[in-house]
Design a protein around this ligand. Structure first.
Ligand SMILES: Cc1cc2nc3c(=O)[nH]c(=O)nc-3n(C[C@H](O)[C@H](O)[C@H](O)COP(=O)(O)OP(=O)(O)OC[C@H]3O[C@@H](n4cnc5c(N)ncnc54)[C@H](O)[C@@H]3O)c2cc1C
Ligand code: FES
Length: 255
């Protein structure tokens, strides 16, 4: 069920250059949210920018009625967001989208995140703590590796790679994936990050016959399945990322 709330900003802190974490008080959304879903934020009270900005839910605290988001400063909307102060109010709708569904029989889960894509996966790890979780996080450099502590707190085995070698293994996240898959029987893979990364993971998963779920990012307008501005091509035809996604089985997508 989708709801709209005037959410009070609890904190809005810079994590590293151009990346922020914001905590919002929105008890109705917090009560309903599942990992892999997102909120749509109206960054100003007036109409410029008119469209809400979709951001994944990074964490929830139902007892406090809060949600957390991790966002990158991309353009107009997120630049406005970064200057928002505690106690200010934002109009937020959510939770949007289908979210991740982990098969009940799956025991060993591999989560693969790049950039801010690690945030929804950290939320997933928290919700499936009883599973055996492997997490591979990739980034260009050390300060672009996010959520390591969240994954460790959820009991996940964490594998890090950076392109410049400043932290973890030097190289791409896919190299760590091969190692993990060679040494462990993985039942399902969930991945969020740059589309090239997700595509590479999907190809590896296909070769090894492992179900793989990817979370797509498309430009959005209405966010509720009405404008068809966010469609992606699947084997069943065009589907809306905002309502039928953002999570899709990688084998269903026409990449
Ligand atoms: C399901 C989903 C989850 C997302 N989760 C996160 C997240 O957790 N953290 C994060 O930093 N970003 C996330 N994004 C991307 C984020 O929505 C865009 O970076 C943001 O909308 C850019 O807005 P802007 O005004 O700063 O940039 P501008 O480029 O000025 O935006 C102009 C318009 O394009 C849209 N737009 C621009 N880039 C994107 C994009 N990559 N995806 C979708 N719409 C875009 C904006 O919503 C806006 O309507 C997510 C996107 C989707 C679809
Ligand atoms: S954003 Fe309008 S249909 Fe998805």
């Amino acid at each position: 069920m989708l709801t709209i709330e005037n959410a009070k900003i609890v904190t809005n802190q810079e994590l590293t250059r151009d990346y922020f974490v914001m905590t919002l008080n929105c008890p109705k959304i917090s009560a309903l949210a599942r990992p892999g879903q997102f909120v749509n934020i109206h960054v100003l009270e007036n109409t410029d920018p008119l469209l809400r900005r979709p951001i994944s839910i990074y964490d929830i605290d139902k007892s406090k009625g809060t949600i957390k988001i991790l966002y990158f400063i991309k353009g107009k909307g997120t630049n406005i967001l970064k200057n928002k102060k505690e106690e200010e109010i934002l109009s937020v709708t959510g939770p949007h989208g289908n979210g991740f569904v982990v098969h009940p029989d799956s025991k060993n889960i591999l989560l693969v995140g790049g950039g801010f894509g690690t945030a929804p996966l950290a939320f997933l790890a928290k919700e499936i703590k009883e599973k055996n979780i492997f997490t591979a996080i990739g980034g260009r450099t050390k300060d672009l590796i996010f959520c390591e502590k969240d994954f460790k707190d959820s009991g996940a085995k964490v594998f890090i790679s950076t392109e410049d070698g400043s932290y973890g293994e030097k190289g791409l996240v896919t190299e760590n994936i091969i190692k993990i898959l060679n040494q462990n029987k993985i039942d399902e893979i969930f991945t969020v990050g740059p589309s090239l990364m997700m595509k590479a993971i999907a190809e590896i998963a296909k070769k090894r016959n492992i179900p793989c779920h990817v979370s797509l990012e498309e430009r959005m307008a209405c966010g509720v399945g009405a404008c068809y501005g966010c469609v992606c091509k699947t084997k069943k035809g065009y589907e809306t990322v905002c309502t039928q996604g953002p999570v899709f089985d990688s084998g269903e997508l026409e990449w």
